[in-house]
Design a protein around this ligand. Sequence first.
Ligand SMILES: C[S@@+](CC[C@H](N)C(=O)[O-])C[C@H]1O[C@@H](n2cnc3c(N)ncnc32)[C@H](O)[C@@H]1O
Length: 278
Amino acid sequence: MRIDVAIAHATERLSAVSESPRLDAEILLGRSIDMPRSYLLAHPEDELDDATRSRFEEVLKRREDGVPMAYITGIREFWSHEFAVSPATLVPRPETEMLVDLALSEIPRDATWQVLDLGTGSGAIAVSIACERPLCEITGVDISEDALAVARENARAHASGNVIFECGSWTAPVRGRTFDLVVSNPPYVRNDDEALAALEHEPQSALAAGDDGLDAIRVIAADCPDVLVAGGLLAIEHGFDQADEVRSLLESRGWTDVRCHNDLAGLPRVTAARRSGK
Ligand SMILES: C[S@@+](CC[C@H](N)C(=O)[O-])C[C@H]1O[C@@H](n2cnc3c(N)ncnc32)[C@H](O)[C@@H]1O
């Protein structure tokens, strides 16, 4: 089968599961023949050998089964860096770049701050901040050792010598330390949310957070004052329909200056608040 014909067939098959079926088909075929996409476009008449066709068929089937491209390729772009991902990590989402943006707007360029990233997953947030603020030390915490193995790989790949990772539940592994800024993209999906079914290939422990989706945020709001300097900022990503609840639970815990920030789609996505006290 010729390259252009194989891409056309695969595009048709993937159109039911993907918003970018042709791009997916080209990336998957490129990986199957170990060539960049540009090669496919320049050599549409090349014939695929049997070994390539069977490799291509294997990855196409996984994609048809709904496996995210990032798990098939092992890579996801975030904040203009390539991050390794695995089924133990959430696939970093573009809207989460807002948290990095907000953190960077808070941290002066020459600051030597201690920054905490709770629920670091692949380390995408921690490593992105570390690359932009090399004088700061970023600590990423996650409950999953398997996710942290991927995060450590990402820190090494991006030469982020200023990131460390700790395993444990939320602030437990960093008790006794004080941070200037805390960021978190915690699980925030309601247990009965139908969207969870569509995300079946991603770790449910990275997504679901109780009946109202706020279990993790509740713990973070309660525990972070103990590890944050007075006046320090906590910035949390949440669902677009959770802004009011997140505001009231932060205010009920004594957080001040609570502000919600919209994502690029105009949806309330990140709420930031300051630790009160001196
Ligand atoms: C929504 S994912 C975010 C991953 C990554 N920060 C990102 O934005 O792509 C939430 C992360 O929180 C972690 N997590 C869940 N429960 C936790 C807990 N009790 N303590 C620490 N991390 C937890 C999950 O393992 C997962 O990596």
